[in-house]
Design a protein around this ligand. Structure first.
Ligand SMILES: [Fe+2]
Ligand SMILES: [Fe+2]
Length: 661
């Protein structure tokens, strides 16, 4: 049948139905007695008061789903959906592969998965229907799911392909292009006909691949679940709504998918339903942490599971002679302590109480206000903490062990900024005890995805994605290299005027993407050819660094350590110039340098690490430490030709009088 014939037929729905029936009938299927335009599903669940009974989601066809937790039915103007809480709620259709096979849930060659679904919390590996194992070299089964932005269809088949020459189990994840809105219902369909896998969203083809072909390579052990992604080492639950789920052992044609959507297209027009609700128990979602320290102020932040009051008790001793509080109750708490003494140690405790009288009290914590211009100080630099909790914890502990005044993080704090758990379960808990004792100054990496969570959790001067701060005799400039930083851009113009205005002894710039990198494959494959040796978008900034005498630039993104020689006008220099550093070893998977030594490279090293920078007047000492806390790189910068400043002498005298520190 020609495409034109199909288009003409579309004008007549009766003809379309006949066409569709024929199409589905080609696979041996006969239309059922109701005469609808397609086969009966193998399994079909529709949310409704009659369907949710006795701990089961009763199927219209196929096996019931056993309910875990307590999913609730929620109404909208057109009906009801089953709400899943993303934590305890689950729907297990088969808990053994034999059970799934007997119920016909594992078709050999052709497959259609169709759902009406709303996602309320994005996940990295979200599942709507899953019967898979995805563990390294063992990737079998299928999953209709979602990531942090779009719907996905993962499938493994027996056919050989370029990623799987043996055809013995490599999944292809088809990613849609339609970005889903949180809380809104979507019609999502995945099909496979033995040769092509397709993903449809709201009746439209969203993605397709011929990467997988042949029979579906089903799991040999595991589960068939709805509203989750469950295999041997992962059990992630969906937060959102399921209205209808169906599985067919045929590949539905595009026209059928479109018709199915059009039957219920009004569902896709309904407003999103926000499923955020309070937990019963008051707990720390994010324990107290510190932001934006200055000589006279600091910001204390935390997040609670229920709306609660906001109080910080503090003082120069743990007797707490002062307190700061906000009126009302809230989940995310942000308190600015003001009017503090410079360069002074304080103790603080957070107390927060909900409407029912449940109270949380932090332990007694501490911070120090920013030092005077003439006082020596030190800070830690850790970047790309994004994954690997054990490494992040070790690095943060080691850095805290050196008692820095603050922490600088040049981006990729988390793996996916739009996923809340990456902040609440990965970044914040693993960075303690460092961030509850010293403020951290963040930079937006690509993995933050410019997410609202970043702006919510960080307390920075507007517009937040770029900002500056001073500490001691140093001036720090932070920009977002995901956004435009080319000459003429807002950030470039801001940086130029801010650098021009700065009278600080030391000027430091931090952004995520590296100006100079010896990485093997991020900027061209160094094993086979030429590399750009860094990100050219940020390379244009070097003229500003040259012009205004920036001493050091901190980047991340490459999960490795690298320090250049000082560079001026694109050449290494013995004195002056700007040293560029990549400090991306905070936790992300490690990367390697290429085989050929680059002209700018002073020290390059694969390995997790953190960096300490100590500043004493016009001299700077930098030390880099590995995961075992062994020093592996160090260098000193001294600003020449200037006599000792009177300020330093005064400070030294004062300290002598106080018996030293
Ligand atoms: Fe990274
Ligand atoms: Fe990155």
């Amino acid at each position: 049948m020609s495409e034109r014939t199909i288009v003409n037929m579309k004008k007549n729905s009766i003809n379309v139905s006949i066409y569709l029936v024929l199409t589905w009938a080609i696979g041996g299927f006969l239309p059922d007695a109701r005469g609808h335009d397609g086969p009966n599903p193998v399994a079909h669940w529709v949310a409704g008061p009659q369907a949710i009974q006795e701990g089961r989601w009763k199927a219209r066809l196929g096996p019931d789903a056993v309910i875990q937790g307590a999913p609730q039915l929620v109404s909208d103007p057109l009906g009801v959906s089953l709400k899943l809480d993303g934590r305890l709620d689950g729907l297990v259709v088969a808990d053994s592969i034999d059970q799934a096979a007997q119920a016909g849930l594992l078709p050999t060659r052709s497959l259609t998965l169709a759902v009406w679904v709303a996602i309320n919390t994005p996940l990295e590996d979200g599942g709507i229907i899953s019967a898979l194992q995805d563990n390294g070299g063992f990737e079998k089964g299928f999953v209709l799911g979602y990531d942090d932005k779009v719907f996905t269809f993962g499938l493994s088949t027996t056919g050989a392909n370029r990623n799987d020459p043996d055809g013995d189990g490599v999944m292809t994840y088809l990613k849609g292009k339609t970005r889903y809105e949180l809380g809104r219902l979507y019609h999502v369909v995945a099909t496979f006909d033995g040769a092509e896998a397709r993903l449809y969203v709201n009746g439209q083809l969203d993605a397709a691949t011929t990467d997988q072909h042949g029979d579906i390579l089903h799991i040999d052990h595991g589960w068939f679940v709805l509203g989750g992604y469950k295999d041997d080492n992962e059990d992630s639950r969906m937060h959102g709504r399921l209205r209808e789920v169906a599985l067919y052992d045929r590949c539905a044609p595009e026209q059928w998918v479109r018709r199915q959507f059009e039957h219920n297209a009004d569902l896709a027009k309904l407003d999103a339903i926000d499923l955020v609700e309070e937990e019963a128990e008051l707990r720390w979602v994010v324990a107290p942490y510190l932001q934006f320290v200055t000589p006279t102020g600091i910001v204390v932040m935390w997040e609670t599971s229920r709306a609660s009051s906001t109080l910080v008790r503090y003082g120069e001793t743990a007797n707490f002679d002062r307190e700061a509080k906000l009126d009302g109750n809230r989940l995310l708490h942000e308190v600015k302590l003001e009017g503090l003494k410079p360069e002074t140690g304080y103790f603080y405790q957070v107390v927060t109480t909900d409407a029912e009288g449940q109270t949380l009290k932090s332990e007694v914590l501490s911070f120090q206000t920013a030092v005077r211009e003439t006082t020596a100080y030190a800070f830690a630099v850790i970047s790309d903490t994004q994954a690997n909790p054990e490494v992040v914890k070790t690095i943060a502990q080691a850095a805290w062990g050196q008692r820095p005044n603050f922490l600088l993080i040049p981006g990729d704090l988390v793996t996916t900024g739009t996923i809340k758990s990456h902040w609440t379960d990965h970044f914040f808990p693993n960075m303690r005890p460092l961030i509850e004792r010293v403020a951290f100054f963040p930079v937006l990496g690509n993995h933050e995805c410019d997410a609202k969570f970043y702006y919510d959790y960080m307390s920075l001067p507007k517009p937040e994605y770029y900002y500056e701060f001073t500490y001691g005799n140093s001036h720090f400039f932070v920009i977002d290299s995901n956004k435009n930083v080319l000459p003429g851009s807002e950030q470039y113009r801001w940086l130029e005027s801010a650098l021009a205005d700065s009278k600080a002894t030391w000027k430091f710039v931090a952004f995520h993407h590296p100006v100079y990198s010896s990485d093997e494959d991020d900027y061209g494959n160094m094993w086979k050819g030429k590399s750009l040796h860094g990100d050219l978008r940020v390379r244009a900034l070097t003229s500003l660094f040259d012009k205004y005498g920036v001493d050091l630039v901190w980047n991340g993104h490459i999960h490795s350590y690298e320090r250049t020689w000082p560079i001026f006008q694109g050449k290494t220099v013995e004195r002056g110039g700007t040293t560029y550093m990549i400090v991306g070893g905070g936790g992300g998977n490690l990367e390697n340098p290429g085989p050929i030594k680059t002209w700018f490279q002073n020290n390059v090293r694969r390995g997790h690490h953190y960096v300490m920078v100590a500043i004493n007047g016009r001299s700077l000492e930098l030390r880099a430490f590995d995961l075992e806390n062994r020093l592996f790189d160090t260098f000193t910068l001294v600003k020449p030709d200037v006599p000792p400043t009177p300020g330093l002498a005064d400070e030294a005298a004062r300290d002598q009088n106080q018996g030293g520190r």
